[in-house]
Design a protein around this ligand. Structure first.
Ligand SMILES: Cc1ncc(COP(=O)(O)O)c(C=O)c1O
Length: 374
């Protein structure tokens, strides 16, 4: 019986697709594989300032219970209020991670008799959430809103409620959803719009609230999901929504109910960082400038700080990544099932504080490879 698992691992190995937990990022390499888009994780000053301001006697390292039992604390309420206020929306509910949010919210809200229409390239956590749904699920081709509209035309009246689901900046392709088109469709067909802003939070919008903020559409998106583990250098996630949905989720989202709450210490750090993030316009501008220069240098139309260089075969992606490591860049190859088969890639994530000259050698190397962004 055990042999089946060994065979499977051997097969992955033969396809250059065996995952191993990497060691820490070697010192001295430029790390283009992290999601620390604002450079907060590396910011020693923030860390020191936060630690100085804490009264550790009152701050626990564990919640020791789920939130609905004894796991709630003032740090939870403060952070939810701060986020709701920043978005100028009625409510915010925290989850333990983006994964928890995405596997909990849709299965709670969409039941049998409902329809979910999700972009083909949404993150694995959303896909897992969709699998837990009792609602009917259909996927539309990536950012193909014509196809989305035909599905809405064809099926809208057959279902009680319809949910349109997308990421805002796509995690593995770095391209952007057209939120204004999605808002038009959701209004026209009376659907809910669910947008995962995991990779846009901190990075775009005047306050860093994401693509919905940048597009002036915060009020039109029914569910805005953000995660703290990326640009905010913390842990956890949130959904911004109306009061009624918050109450409903508290009563029905299983990944919210049946898990130990986040430790107060982490919530206090997230609160501290969220406040800082709102003011990090300079870093956002630096990052946008870097994206422009880098994409000009490589002659590619980068839409965001996430830049996929599609290599194709796993083996070749691993080889190029290793070669780049020798040149001083830490870039992990991304393979199936994270991305579709045959589209193994290097996913470069740029971050504020990185200087263009530091990327020069990389640009030379990548010039030999086709960098595709569509
Ligand atoms: C789009 C998207 N949503 C959700 C998640 C999951 O977030 P978390 O790491 O907080 O579980 C990720 C990343 O892992 C992601 O890329």
């Amino acid at each position: 019986m055990k042999q089946n698992y060994i065979d499977h691992l051997n097969e992955l190995e033969s396809q250059s697709n065996l995952r191993r937990i990497a060691g820490s990022v070697p010192q001295g390499l430029i790390n283009l594989s992290s999601n620390d888009y604002l450079g907060i994780a590396a910011n020693q000053q923030f860390k020191a300032e936060f630690l100085e301001g804490q009264n550790f006697a009152n701050l626990s390292f564990t919640a020791a219970s789920s939130r609905l039992l004894t796991g709630n604390c003032p740090e939870y309420d403060r952070l939810e209020e701060r986020i709701a206020r920043a978005y100028q929306r009625e409510s915010c509910l925290l989850f333990n991670s983006g994964y928890h949010a995405n596997i909990g919210i849709l299965p709670a809200l969409a039941g049998s008799g409902d329809l979910i229409l999700a972009d083909k390239l949404v993150h694995a956590s959303i896909i897992d959430g969709l699998q837990l749904c009792k609602a009917e699920v259909r996927r539309f081709r990536h950012s193909n809103y014509q196809q989305l509209e035909s599905l809405l035309q064809k099926y809208r009246t057959d279902y009680k409620r319809v949910f349109i689901v997308t990421e805002s900046i796509f995690s593995m392709d770095g391209d952007l959803a057209d939120l204004s088109q999605l808002v038009k469709l959701k209004k026209k067909y009376e659907a809910f719009l669910y947008v995962d802003e995991a990779h846009a939070l901190g990075v775009v919008g005047p306050l860093g609230l994401g693509l919905a903020e940048q597009a002036g559409l915060i009020d039109e998106v029914d569910f805005i999901v953000g995660t703290f583990g990326k640009a905010l250098a913390s842990v956890g996630a949130f959904v911004v929504c109306d009061h009624v949905f918050k109450s409903y989720l508290i009563n029905s989202a299983r990944s919210f109910i049946f898990t130990t709450a986040l430790p107060p210490l982490n919530l206090a750090w997230t609160d501290f960082i969220f406040t800082k993030m709102l003011q990090m316009q300079k870093q956002r501008q630096q990052l946008q400038q870097l994206i422009r220069s880098f994409s000009k240098g490589l002659n590619i139309p980068a839409q965001s700080h996430i830049i996929p260089v599609i290599i194709g075969e796993n083996k070749e992606a691993v080889r190029v990544a290793e070669q780049l490591r020798e040149e001083g860049y830490y870039i992990l190859p991304i393979r199936h099932p994270t991305v579709p088969e045959g589209t193994a890639r290097l996913r470069l994530s740029l971050y504020a504080g990185l200087q263009l000259p530091e990327l020069e050698q990389l640009m030379k190397q990548l010039a030999h490879h086709e960098a595709t962004l569509d």
